[in-house]
Design a protein around this ligand. Structure first.
Ligand SMILES: Nc1ncnc2c1ncn2[C@@H]1O[C@H](COP(=O)(O)OP(=O)(O)O)[C@@H](O)[C@H]1O
Ligand SMILES: [Mg+2]
Length: 225
């Protein structure tokens, strides 16, 4: 479970990125984070990654508090989390297979386990036939599939997606959404977006942010601007 208790992030010049956010997310829950640009969506994702420390409040995952500067198990924490970005962040000089396998290789997983998990992720994202290709040979939608496959291998239980369909045409965005739908059965997913159609395509919990405040927590899903 992910828990935020009265979490605020304020920058030195008075910029407020998040103000008094309190919410809990259960294991295998799917949550949309919505709100206009600057609302605080990325800030929430960065706090979960311990990429940012709150000015006030407490962030915990599975009852481990890691919101203090002293937290020293960042690598262990991140091992649970996969991240998907709007701009894919795929390594240009590595093949699709290698891009997906790399985190497991660094972690020292055995070769056969890496192969097994990468093949599963390729199949789930529908790119098994692309595994020997290089990023320059892929479309934007295919690159995002590689990024999703990379985010799930290594037994990750939480997936943070930061506007993953932001650079895709509507049809491709829909295909990517369907992959997240499948993933939602076995992983906790936080999906930041400002695309109302995407949010309403699948009835899942919606946290609405505005100017750093959570203005709505709609457990039944659906969102009107
Ligand atoms: N490093 C920073 N310094 C100052 N302000 C920042 C910094 N990072 C983000 N912010 C501010 O925090 C607010 C929330 O940003 P962010 O979480 O990126 O919003 P979103 O992802 O919803 O577009 C914005 O007003 C932004 O300008
Ligand atoms: Mg953002």
């Amino acid at each position: 479970m992910i828990s935020f208790q009265n979490v605020s992030v304020r920058y030195p010049l008075g910029n407020v990125a998040l103000e008094d956010a309190t919410f809990e997310i259960e294991d295998n829950e799917f949550v949309y984070l919505v709100g206009p640009s600057g609302a605080g969506k990325t800030t929430i994702l960065r706090l979960i990654l311990h990429d940012l420390i709150p000015t006030e409040g407490v962030v915990t995952i599975d009852d481990i508090e890691f919101s203090s500067k002293k937290f020293n198990k960042v690598a262990e924490l991140r091992q649970k989390i996969g991240v998907v970005f709007q701009d894919f962040k795929i390594l240009a000089d590595d093949s699709v297979f290698e891009n997906i396998a790399i985190s497991m290789e660094i972690k020292g997983y055995p070769e056969n386990e890496i192969r097994k998990q990468v093949e599963e992720a390729l199949s789930l994202t529908g790119i098994s036939n692309k595994k020997m290709l290089f990023p320059a040979q892929l479309s934007a939608g295919e690159l995002q599939r590689v990024a999703i496959a990379r985010a799930i291998v290594g037994n990750r239980k939480i997936i943070l997606a930061d506007e993953p369909t932001g650079n895709l045409d509507p049809k491709t965005a829909w295909d990517i959404m369907n992959i997240f739908k499948k993933l939602g059965k076995s992983k906790t997913i936080l999906f930041a977006t400002h695309n109302t159609d995407i949010v309403n395509s699948m009835r899942r919990r919606v946290l609405v942010l505005k100017d750093g405040r959570i203005t709505k927590d709609n457990k039944k899903g659906g969102y009107k601007q």
